[in-house]
Design a protein around this ligand. Structure first.
Ligand code: ZN
Length: 268
Protein backbone atom coordinates (compact mmCIF):
# COMPACT_ATOMS: atom_id res chain seq x y z
CA UNK A 1 0.00 0.00 0.00
CA UNK A 2 1.28 3.46 -0.76
CA UNK A 3 0.15 7.07 -0.67
CA UNK A 4 1.04 9.28 -3.59
CA UNK A 5 2.24 12.87 -3.57
CA UNK A 6 -1.28 14.27 -3.47
CA UNK A 7 -2.47 12.04 -0.66
CA UNK A 8 -4.29 9.34 -2.59
CA UNK A 9 -4.10 5.77 -1.35
CA UNK A 10 -3.12 2.92 -3.60
CA UNK A 11 -3.35 -0.76 -2.90
CA UNK A 12 -1.47 -3.05 -5.24
CA UNK A 13 -1.95 -6.75 -5.73
CA UNK A 14 0.39 -9.17 -7.35
CA UNK A 15 -1.47 -11.32 -9.80
CA UNK A 16 -0.20 -13.92 -12.16
CA UNK A 17 -1.85 -13.34 -15.46
CA UNK A 18 -1.80 -15.70 -18.34
CA UNK A 19 -1.94 -13.57 -21.46
CA UNK A 20 -3.74 -15.29 -24.27
CA UNK A 21 -2.15 -14.49 -27.61
CA UNK A 22 -4.57 -12.69 -29.88
CA UNK A 23 -5.76 -14.61 -32.92
CA UNK A 24 -3.93 -13.57 -36.08
CA UNK A 25 -5.75 -10.90 -38.01
CA UNK A 26 -5.36 -9.80 -41.60
CA UNK A 27 -7.59 -6.83 -41.00
CA UNK A 28 -6.01 -3.45 -41.62
CA UNK A 29 -7.29 -0.17 -40.27
CA UNK A 30 -6.33 3.44 -40.90
CA UNK A 31 -6.45 5.77 -37.93
CA UNK A 32 -6.87 9.53 -38.13
CA UNK A 33 -6.07 11.35 -34.91
CA UNK A 34 -8.07 14.49 -34.32
CA UNK A 35 -9.52 16.92 -31.85
CA UNK A 36 -13.27 16.50 -32.39
CA UNK A 37 -12.79 12.77 -32.27
CA UNK A 38 -9.55 11.51 -30.82
CA UNK A 39 -9.68 8.52 -33.15
CA UNK A 40 -11.54 8.10 -36.44
CA UNK A 41 -10.99 4.82 -38.24
CA UNK A 42 -11.08 3.95 -41.92
CA UNK A 43 -14.17 1.83 -41.27
CA UNK A 44 -15.96 4.98 -40.14
CA UNK A 45 -15.91 4.62 -36.38
CA UNK A 46 -15.51 7.74 -34.27
CA UNK A 47 -14.31 7.73 -30.70
CA UNK A 48 -15.54 11.12 -29.60
CA UNK A 49 -13.45 13.24 -27.28
CA UNK A 50 -14.28 13.28 -23.60
CA UNK A 51 -12.31 16.53 -23.27
CA UNK A 52 -11.02 15.58 -19.89
CA UNK A 53 -9.29 18.84 -19.20
CA UNK A 54 -12.25 21.01 -20.10
CA UNK A 55 -14.43 19.24 -17.60
CA UNK A 56 -11.91 19.85 -14.84
CA UNK A 57 -10.58 23.23 -15.88
CA UNK A 58 -13.10 25.24 -13.86
CA UNK A 59 -12.55 23.18 -10.77
CA UNK A 60 -8.81 23.50 -11.24
CA UNK A 61 -8.98 27.24 -11.72
CA UNK A 62 -10.97 27.65 -8.54
CA UNK A 63 -8.58 25.47 -6.56
CA UNK A 64 -5.60 27.37 -7.90
CA UNK A 65 -7.17 30.71 -7.03
CA UNK A 66 -7.77 29.52 -3.50
CA UNK A 67 -4.17 28.39 -3.35
CA UNK A 68 -2.91 31.80 -4.42
CA UNK A 69 -4.76 33.39 -1.50
CA UNK A 70 -3.11 31.26 1.13
CA UNK A 71 0.14 32.12 2.83
CA UNK A 72 2.91 30.14 1.23
CA UNK A 73 4.22 27.41 3.51
CA UNK A 74 1.23 27.54 5.88
CA UNK A 75 -0.78 24.46 6.80
CA UNK A 76 -3.78 25.64 4.77
CA UNK A 77 -1.51 26.34 1.82
CA UNK A 78 -0.07 22.83 2.04
CA UNK A 79 -3.54 21.30 2.13
CA UNK A 80 -4.59 23.32 -0.90
CA UNK A 81 -1.47 22.27 -2.84
CA UNK A 82 -2.64 18.70 -2.35
CA UNK A 83 -6.12 19.55 -3.58
CA UNK A 84 -4.73 21.07 -6.77
CA UNK A 85 -2.47 18.08 -7.32
CA UNK A 86 -5.41 15.74 -6.82
CA UNK A 87 -7.40 17.41 -9.59
CA UNK A 88 -4.39 17.17 -11.92
CA UNK A 89 -4.02 13.49 -11.07
CA UNK A 90 -7.71 12.86 -11.68
CA UNK A 91 -7.45 14.41 -15.15
CA UNK A 92 -4.44 12.25 -15.93
CA UNK A 93 -6.20 9.10 -14.73
CA UNK A 94 -9.38 9.55 -16.74
CA UNK A 95 -7.39 10.49 -19.82
CA UNK A 96 -5.12 7.50 -19.49
CA UNK A 97 -8.07 5.17 -18.96
CA UNK A 98 -9.76 6.40 -22.13
CA UNK A 99 -6.57 6.14 -24.18
CA UNK A 100 -5.93 2.59 -23.08
CA UNK A 101 -9.46 1.56 -24.02
CA UNK A 102 -9.03 3.08 -27.48
CA UNK A 103 -5.64 1.58 -28.22
CA UNK A 104 -6.46 -1.87 -26.83
CA UNK A 105 -9.63 -1.97 -28.95
CA UNK A 106 -7.68 -1.19 -32.12
CA UNK A 107 -4.98 -3.74 -31.33
CA UNK A 108 -7.49 -6.49 -30.58
CA UNK A 109 -9.43 -6.01 -33.78
CA UNK A 110 -6.76 -5.40 -36.37
CA UNK A 111 -3.54 -6.97 -37.60
CA UNK A 112 -2.22 -3.82 -39.23
CA UNK A 113 -2.80 -0.33 -37.91
CA UNK A 114 -1.88 2.61 -40.11
CA UNK A 115 -1.17 5.97 -38.52
CA UNK A 116 -0.20 9.34 -39.78
CA UNK A 117 3.35 10.18 -38.77
CA UNK A 118 2.32 13.34 -36.93
CA UNK A 119 4.87 15.74 -35.62
CA UNK A 120 3.19 16.38 -32.30
CA UNK A 121 5.97 18.58 -31.00
CA UNK A 122 5.79 20.77 -34.11
CA UNK A 123 2.01 20.98 -33.91
CA UNK A 124 2.09 22.12 -30.32
CA UNK A 125 5.05 24.50 -30.71
CA UNK A 126 4.53 27.75 -28.83
CA UNK A 127 1.79 29.77 -30.46
CA UNK A 128 3.23 32.97 -29.05
CA UNK A 129 6.31 32.86 -31.25
CA UNK A 130 9.29 35.04 -30.42
CA UNK A 131 9.71 38.80 -29.93
CA UNK A 132 11.13 39.08 -33.45
CA UNK A 133 8.49 36.85 -35.02
CA UNK A 134 5.32 37.00 -32.95
CA UNK A 135 2.80 34.27 -33.72
CA UNK A 136 -0.58 34.94 -35.28
CA UNK A 137 -3.94 33.97 -33.80
CA UNK A 138 -2.21 33.16 -30.53
CA UNK A 139 -5.38 32.50 -28.55
CA UNK A 140 -6.91 30.12 -31.10
CA UNK A 141 -3.68 28.25 -31.55
CA UNK A 142 -3.12 28.01 -27.82
CA UNK A 143 -6.62 26.49 -27.59
CA UNK A 144 -5.86 23.98 -30.32
CA UNK A 145 -2.53 23.13 -28.74
CA UNK A 146 -4.27 22.43 -25.47
CA UNK A 147 -6.75 20.18 -27.25
CA UNK A 148 -4.01 18.29 -29.05
CA UNK A 149 -2.11 17.75 -25.85
CA UNK A 150 -5.29 16.80 -24.05
CA UNK A 151 -6.08 14.22 -26.69
CA UNK A 152 -2.57 12.90 -26.14
CA UNK A 153 -1.65 12.01 -29.71
CA UNK A 154 1.90 11.10 -28.75
CA UNK A 155 0.70 8.86 -25.96
CA UNK A 156 -1.79 7.08 -28.20
CA UNK A 157 0.93 6.32 -30.70
CA UNK A 158 3.27 5.14 -27.94
CA UNK A 159 0.60 2.79 -26.59
CA UNK A 160 -0.24 1.42 -30.03
CA UNK A 161 3.42 0.75 -30.71
CA UNK A 162 4.14 -1.15 -27.54
CA UNK A 163 0.86 -3.06 -27.62
CA UNK A 164 1.49 -3.95 -31.27
CA UNK A 165 4.85 -5.36 -30.33
CA UNK A 166 3.35 -7.24 -27.43
CA UNK A 167 0.52 -8.80 -29.41
CA UNK A 168 2.31 -9.28 -32.72
CA UNK A 169 0.48 -6.57 -34.61
CA UNK A 170 2.01 -4.24 -37.19
CA UNK A 171 2.06 -0.45 -37.12
CA UNK A 172 2.65 1.33 -40.42
CA UNK A 173 3.15 5.04 -40.79
CA UNK A 174 1.98 7.26 -43.61
CA UNK A 175 4.03 10.27 -44.63
CA UNK A 176 3.17 13.20 -42.42
CA UNK A 177 3.10 15.55 -45.41
CA UNK A 178 0.65 13.49 -47.44
CA UNK A 179 -2.57 15.45 -48.09
CA UNK A 180 -4.77 12.86 -46.43
CA UNK A 181 -7.68 15.25 -45.93
CA UNK A 182 -7.61 16.74 -49.41
CA UNK A 183 -7.58 13.54 -51.39
CA UNK A 184 -10.64 11.53 -52.34
CA UNK A 185 -10.18 8.03 -50.96
CA UNK A 186 -12.48 6.65 -53.67
CA UNK A 187 -10.79 7.93 -56.82
CA UNK A 188 -7.59 9.61 -55.65
CA UNK A 189 -8.45 13.07 -56.95
CA UNK A 190 -6.80 15.90 -55.07
CA UNK A 191 -8.87 18.89 -53.90
CA UNK A 192 -6.68 21.97 -53.58
CA UNK A 193 -9.27 23.90 -51.64
CA UNK A 194 -10.39 22.15 -48.48
CA UNK A 195 -10.97 24.50 -45.54
CA UNK A 196 -10.87 22.92 -42.11
CA UNK A 197 -14.52 23.73 -41.50
CA UNK A 198 -15.64 21.43 -44.33
CA UNK A 199 -16.59 18.21 -42.55
CA UNK A 200 -18.33 16.39 -45.41
CA UNK A 201 -17.65 16.91 -49.10
CA UNK A 202 -18.69 15.47 -52.42
CA UNK A 203 -15.88 14.58 -54.78
CA UNK A 204 -16.30 16.54 -58.04
CA UNK A 205 -14.45 13.79 -59.91
CA UNK A 206 -16.27 10.64 -58.84
CA UNK A 207 -19.24 11.88 -56.80
CA UNK A 208 -18.25 10.06 -53.64
CA UNK A 209 -19.51 11.67 -50.44
CA UNK A 210 -16.57 11.82 -48.05
CA UNK A 211 -16.64 12.42 -44.34
CA UNK A 212 -13.51 14.47 -43.76
CA UNK A 213 -12.03 12.35 -41.01
CA UNK A 214 -12.88 8.83 -42.12
CA UNK A 215 -11.79 9.80 -45.65
CA UNK A 216 -8.43 10.81 -44.17
CA UNK A 217 -8.27 7.55 -42.23
CA UNK A 218 -8.91 5.56 -45.43
CA UNK A 219 -6.13 7.47 -47.18
CA UNK A 220 -3.78 6.84 -44.29
CA UNK A 221 -4.49 3.13 -44.55
CA UNK A 222 -4.04 3.10 -48.33
CA UNK A 223 -0.84 5.09 -48.22
CA UNK A 224 0.76 3.28 -45.37
CA UNK A 225 -0.18 -0.13 -46.71
CA UNK A 226 0.83 0.73 -50.26
CA UNK A 227 -2.74 0.32 -51.37
CA UNK A 228 -4.50 2.75 -53.65
CA UNK A 229 -2.10 5.21 -55.20
CA UNK A 230 -3.05 8.83 -55.01
CA UNK A 231 -2.26 11.61 -57.45
CA UNK A 232 -1.01 14.60 -55.50
CA UNK A 233 -0.55 16.79 -58.54
CA UNK A 234 -4.22 17.55 -58.97
CA UNK A 235 -6.76 16.02 -61.25
CA UNK A 236 -7.19 12.35 -61.86
CA UNK A 237 -4.90 9.50 -61.20
CA UNK A 238 -2.57 8.79 -64.08
CA UNK A 239 -2.34 5.20 -65.31
CA UNK A 240 1.37 5.11 -64.50
CA UNK A 241 0.70 5.88 -60.87
CA UNK A 242 -0.40 2.42 -59.92
CA UNK A 243 2.65 1.43 -57.93
CA UNK A 244 4.32 2.92 -54.91
CA UNK A 245 7.13 4.36 -56.98
CA UNK A 246 6.16 7.23 -59.18
CA UNK A 247 3.86 8.63 -56.57
CA UNK A 248 5.53 11.08 -54.25
CA UNK A 249 2.88 10.54 -51.63
CA UNK A 250 3.68 6.93 -51.04
CA UNK A 251 7.42 7.16 -50.94
CA UNK A 252 8.41 7.89 -47.34
CA UNK A 253 6.52 5.14 -45.59
CA UNK A 254 8.21 3.78 -42.55
CA UNK A 255 7.55 0.22 -41.51
CA UNK A 256 7.70 -1.00 -37.98
CA UNK A 257 7.32 -4.68 -37.77
CA UNK A 258 7.46 -7.05 -34.90
CA UNK A 259 10.34 -9.41 -35.79
CA UNK A 260 8.10 -12.36 -34.92
CA UNK A 261 5.61 -11.56 -37.60
CA UNK A 262 7.98 -10.87 -40.47
CA UNK A 263 6.94 -13.16 -43.23
CA UNK A 264 3.43 -13.52 -41.96
CA UNK A 265 0.73 -12.04 -44.11
CA UNK A 266 -0.68 -8.79 -42.89
CA UNK A 267 -2.89 -8.15 -45.82
CA UNK A 268 -0.34 -6.05 -47.63
ZN1 ZN B 1 -13.41 10.94 -55.94
Amino acid sequence: MRVDACGRWFVSFMVEEHIEPLPASTSGVGVDLGVNDIVVTSDGRKSGNPRHLKRYRRRLKLAQRRLSRKRKGSNRWRKQVKRVARIHARVADTRSDHQHKLTTGLIREHGVIALEDLNVRGMTASAKGTAEAPGKKVAQKAGLNRSILDAGFGEIRRQLEYKAQFYGRTIVLADRFAPTSKTCSECGAYQADMPLKVRVWTCPDCGAVNDRDSNAARNILAMAAGGRPVDVHGGRRTPSATTNSGCGMLAPVEMRTNPECVGASHGR
